[in-house]
Design a protein around this ligand. Structure first.
Ligand code: FAD
Length: 421
């Protein structure tokens, strides 16, 4: 054992994110198995004068996990703690993956109200970054959290819910681990449902002309714009779908998801349709072959913003082939989620993980800035404090609460200090 090392802290190990874009070597690593071990790790870090950051499954693009101090790895802190089958509520450890939680809920005749595109991220990582799915009536995953327990910078447990520390709870819901280290989360689930999924390709005009009726008539409608004939394969989108497209580039891959109670008989399926439990239909395969930026514009700004991005890519970056993903999301009451008190349209723009992609992302960022785009905290962005102040009415309140909880910045790193310090 080296000087300062304790049982709860092991020597730090090299950590990489899923994309292979971010890495760091912390001084110490903690792999807690109990809430008290998390508390011990925070207390030891304080004693040693070292900062602390937690990781879920490392599926975020920006350096929101990195720390030179103590890295708390939650990949093994991942059990279901309790379930209330009457109230459809479940309490979990923060490291459980969205998929494991979703599959567990299925065994109890429940489902998550909504999920994102993958289910391999941790539930805590997903709620901390404002991760979302699609649907004009469906808010981000953080809105499904009804209470949480954290270890504060003082090394004490703090419980939060709409009835207890309610303002803190709202601000906490999308807070990138800056309020404290999460040790448990309780979520509100809904009765189990199957999803009837339909996927097809069509020309862009058909997609945009039918956008609002499709948003209204389906629980979920979203689409990927495919600028290039190679686009679909880059995001592992299915081929052989029904298609009315008149060409193989500048087209849309569209999807509708509609919920059906699990006791109803399955429908007859046409080509391009699937039917299964929500936990099976939501996740999609992805390869770590991209670098992504996603901003959310006010719902009404979508068509204009999307049109400008399409024009930019077709005229200035005609070889950029990654799909552009567009998803509507309902507002929530958190302080800094991209949907904080504002219905939004999330637009994800990706490129290959190579330096030239930054030029594209910078140009798209300028478009988003003109349309009040708010960043996805788990994807690349070019935010500054001045921009955040303009975009989030509760930015100052968020910073004040953060400082009240953690005056010394125990839970900050350089990236976060620059934005919220
Ligand atoms: C292929 C792919 C598909 C994706 N699809 C979607 C999608 O459909 N919709 C969407 O919105 N996003 C999507 N994302 C983004 C992804 O959901 C987020 O980046 C999410 O945060 C990743 O979760 P994670 O467990 O990997 O968290 P990490 O990246 O490990 O951590 C995220 C944040 O949570 C904090 N954190 C984690 N655990 C704790 C804890 N116990 N206490 C305190 N803080 C903690 C970390 O410090 C960090 O700040 C996708 C990402 C990938 C790679």
């Amino acid at each position: 054992m080296t000087a300062g090392q304790t049982e709860i802290l092991e020597p730090g190990k090299l950590w990489w994110n899923w994309f292979g874009e971010q890495n760091f070597v912390p001084r110490y690593l903690a792999r807690p198995r109990t809430e008290d071990e998390v508390r011990q790790a925070v207390l030891k870090a304080r004693e040693l004068g070292l900062p602390v950051r937690a990781s879920g499954r490392g599926h975020s693009n920006p350096p929101i996990v990195a720390t030179p101090g103590v890295h708390i790895d939650f990949s093994q802190f991942r059990e279901v703690v309790s379930v209330d089958e009457q109230k459809l509520q479940v309490t979990v450890q923060p490291g459980i993956t969205v998929g494991d939680l979703s599959r567990f809920l299925r065994t109890k005749k429940m489902s998550l109200n909504n999920q994102g595109d993958i289910d391999t991220q941790s539930i805590c990582g997903a709620i901390s970054t404002g991760t979302h799915g699609a649907g004009i009536t469906l808010p981000c995953l953080a809105a499904q959290v009804i209470s949480a327990r954290i270890v504060t910078a003082e090394g004490t447990f703090l419980d939060m819910s709409p009835d207890e520390n309610s303002e803190l709870f709202r601000a906490f819901k999308s807070s990138l681990g800056m309020f404290g280290i999460v040790v448990s989360l309780t979520l509100q689930a809904i009765p189990s449902y199957n999803i009837h999924k339909r996927s097809w390709n069509a020309d862009l005009d058909e997609c945009i002309d039918g956008l609002h009726p499709r948003l209204r008539d389906n629980r979920t409608f979203w689409f990927f714009w495919l600028p290039h004939a190679r686009s679909a394969e880059l995001f592992v989108l299915p081929d052989g779908l029904p298609s009315t497209a008149s060409r193989d580039n500048d087209i849309c891959h569209m999807r509708t998801y509609n919920a059906v109670p699990v006791d109803e008989p399955p429908p007859a399926l046409a080509p391009g349709e699937e039917y299964d439990h929500s936990s099976v239909i939501f996740p999609n395969p992805y390869e770590p072959n991209f670098r992504e930026m996603e901003y959310t514009v006010p719902f009404g700004n979508f068509e204009e913003t999307f049109g400008e991005i399409r024009h930019l890519i077709l005229t200035k970056y005609p070889e950029e082939a990654f799909p552009v993903e567009s998803r509507p999301v309902k507002s929530d009451d958190s302080y800094i989620s991209p949907f904080s008190e504002r219905d939004g349209y999330a637009i994800g723009v990706s490129g290959a993980p190579q330096p030239s992609t930054w030029a594209l992302l910078r140009d798209v960022d300028a478009i988003f800035e003109r349309h009040d785009g708010r960043p996805h905290w788990g994807k690349h962005h070019f935010m500054t404090p001045a921009r955040l102040e303009r975009l989030f009415p509760r930015y100052d309140a968020f910073k004040r609460l953060r400082k009240e909880l953690d005056a010394d910045g125990l839970f900050l790193n350089d990236h976060l200090r620059g934005l919220f310090g």
